[in-house]
Ligand binder design. Structure first.
Ligand SMILES: Cc1ncc(COP(=O)(O)O)c(C=O)c1O
Length: 387
């Protein structure tokens, strides 16, 4: 058989399996008329004219792109200003920009861990943390979700001198928040470092929106803090915040920082504006929290069993893939975009709608979504004898 034929068959078989399992992924062209309850623009900043204007002014001033990596000639004063602002915001000595959150997690784990390191990850950690662990070659263990006792027993059994505990801040598919206090105390008891990926928490939780770690936990307690800029801050990119030694180490060894073009400076300019708004307009967080409380109250009242979550991520676990796709399709037809999340992103049997709320949603938008969800459950009840 010619080589190309063997390849074609192998790839076709993998795609056929995926389709068969109802896990086929599609991209939706999101029309302007669609109400978005799937994205991560929690504070509405991606659409804020002040942020777009800062980006346009930044592009005129610094150009369309950085033109090189940070270590060659792509590190501009606007990047430096943003790193300083992010460090101050999160109460850390320094911060370092990465082009995406995925790259930040890969870069941190690859730079800090190797086969002489033991990593301990929450079972529900984001894919980028799991991929970073694989890339690092470290010995990796997963502890039960938010279970400090399980973590403690794994740490107690490890004889490794270099232990690193890693957890999401807000869990991206469940919306619940890591128990940072327990993670800090267990890690300290076992002489382990702690890394929190607060991708969904920055902008949303904590004082001035500095996240679930931010100004609450210092860098002795949480030495490695990752935040992303493409969610509540509305732009793109990510940062790692910590003490100066950590940041120097990453600049020397983090390959996804070193070997890539720096973030476009206009994005850094837009992010500086977004950060100013996040800190200066707490009413956005108040509006977001009011929307979350309203949605939960009404959804539970309609008998929709949304998971326990006080954050913008409100999962509705439907179980199997086909059912989840059916609901998402019906919602789409009625003009709502809601994430249909299936394995392998979530465990088997836990496919779900990932409904996300934003400060930009109006009461009426939420009411319309609730009515559409209610319609899905009634349709299902009508059809259930034939299912
Ligand atoms: C917890 C978590 N970490 C990291 C990332 C990756 O961030 P980015 O989209 O900037 O690559 C995501 C993205 O969804 C995430 O949910």
């Amino acid at each position: 058989m010619p080589v190309s034929e063997a390849w074609r068959e192998r790839l076709a078989a993998a795609r056929a399996d995926r389709q068969q399992a109802q896990r086929w992924r599609t991209r939706q062209l999101v029309a302007h008329s669609t109400l978005d309850f799937a994205g991560n623009d929690y504070l509405g900043l991606a659409q804020d004219p002040r942020v777009s204007e800062a980006q346009a002014v930044g592009a005129h001033r610094f150009g369309a792109g950085a033109g090189a990596s940070h270590l060659v000639s792509g590190h501009l004063e606007v990047h430096d200003a943003l790193e300083d602002a992010l460090a101050r915001w999160t109460g850390r000595e320094r911060a370092l920009l990465f082009s995406t959150g995925y790259m930040a997690n890969l870069g941190v784990l690859q730079a800090l861990a190797d086969r002489h390191t033991a990593l301990f990850q929450d079972r529900f950690n984001h894919a980028s943390l799991l991929d970073g662990a694989a890339l690092s070659g470290a010995r990796s263990r997963r502890f039960h979700h938010r279970d400090a006792i399980d973590l403690e027993s794994l740490l107690a059994r490890s004889e490794c001198a270099h232990k690193l505990v890693v957890s999401d801040g807000i869990f991206s598919m469940d919306g619940d928040v890591a128990d940072i206090a327990s993670l800090v105390s267990v890690s300290q008891r076992h002489n382990a470092w702690l890394m929190i990926d607060d991708a969904h928490g920055v902008g949303v939780l904590g004082k001035h929106g500095s996240g679930c770690v931010g100004s609450t936990w210092n860098s002795r307690e949480v030495p490695i803090l990752v935040g992303t800029l493409g969610k509540a801050l509305g732009t793109a990119g990510a940062f790692v915040a910590g003490d100066a030694e950590l940041i120097d180490h990453l600049i020397q060894f983090s390959r996804s920082y070193i070997y890539t073009t720096a973030q476009p400076p206009a994005i850094a300019a837009a992010t500086l504006k977004a950060l100013e708004i996040v800190q200066g307009e707490p009413e956005r967080r108040a509006q977001l929290n009011a929307n979350i409380a309203y949605f939960r109250h009404e959804a539970l009242g309609l008998g929709l069993s949304v998971s326990e979550s006080a954050t913008p991520i409100q999962p509705l676990i439907l179980g199997d893939e086909a059912r989840t796709l059916r609901w998402a399709g019906q919602l789409q037809k009625q003009g709502f975009h809601v994430g249909a999340i299936r394995p392998p992103t979530v465990p088997k049997g836990e496919a779900r709608l990932r409904i996300t709320l934003s400060a930009r949603h109006q009461r009426g938008d939420i009411d319309q979504l609730l009515a559409a969800l209610n319609h899905c459950q009634h349709q299902e009840a009508l059809c259930s004898p034939c299912v």
